[in-house]
Design a protein around this ligand. Sequence first.
Ligand SMILES: *Cc1c(COP(=O)(O)O)cnc(C)c1O
Length: 405
Amino acid sequence: MTTITNTQKIIQETEKYGANNYHPLSVVLVKGEGVWVWDADGRKYMDMLAAYSALNQGHRHPAIIRAMEEQANKITLTSRAFNNDRMGSFLKRLCEIAGFKKALPMNTGAEAVETAIKAARKWGYMVKKVQKDKAEIIVLENNFHGRTTTIVGFSTEEQYKRGFGPFTPGFKVIPFGDADALEKAITPNTVGFLMEPIQGEGGVLIPDEGYIRKTYDICKKHNVLFMADEIQTGFGRTGKMFCCDHENVKPDILIVGKALGGGVYPVSAILASDEIMRVFTPGDHGSTFGGNPLGMAIAEAALNVLTDEKLPERADELGRYFVDKLGEINSPYVKEVRGKGLMIGVEIKKESGTARPYCESLMKLGILAKETHHQVIRFAPPLVITKDEIDWALDRIREVLTESK
Ligand SMILES: *Cc1c(COP(=O)(O)O)cnc(C)c1O
């Protein structure tokens, strides 16, 4: 008789009742703390994905869990039909940290992107005076902004779109990293330029230095809103509070999510000037759970952890160390190591196969990482990771990247 492990049992149940829209590594996680997680059969792993950067503060950060418990004992949901006592204080903190006048809270990242698109379009009609239904938004090749039908409609990843049309018109795709292409694509109807300062899902693609500044300046010249999707790059991940800070750019609309919820609860938002945010009037836009007091209490605590523990500075210092050490590994399989802060990609040569089997080997050695875009292993641990923990990981990564196959 073959014995079936807890892991297999749980995976079977999950697959039996779940839709088949993911292909996870065959591990079942039952507990997490800081950078560490444990599986259903008692094995321990380091989490090098950090839920696509939603866990910058680490698993179950005590200050965030405390804020959640305290708020859960008071009130959790009011809807926006009534005010609650947590939203204002959260928005103030978020605006202070990001240097904006106004913020609008939603839940998931895709909803925040949709909110930004709506804001830009309405700004285009009301302020820029674009003719009705003519507004255009320019986006980048290889973009990832979420999974709603509008958003996948301007994806360049065939699989994200196949079978889901027809799509929302009004989007124009240009190559990533080419500022001149932006200037050429702008027309009098262009209301916004939507970009990721580093393309995470696209394979940790980092544009040349100066690209963010150049495209921002082009947007200013043509009265186009510069909209940065920092859902993944924001909140310290790249070694600054926001990735656009590396080039001293303050977007017209900043889109945030993921780590805003401290790895506990989905909270997203857009930030903008008064002039832009003013386009929304009662009834224009909303969300039942957006701005709920439980989420707001958690998100405020999550923001405080970032500043109290100087997580952006930590990501900068440890990220440089991690990238340097990865670069020193003499691997026959690696094409390139690239990264900013603790957002790191190791690209595997095409002739050495895809990144997936390397992730599976890492898992056997106690490291959970996920391939992105077939050829890239992403290393993006919680920002609370220590240098010793990085050294622990490096020993294992070195083993996987140098072992003969
Ligand atoms: C994850 C992500 C999104 C979508 O966020 P969801 O919370 O999954 O809807 C959008 N943009 C970027 C850059 C992301 O990394």
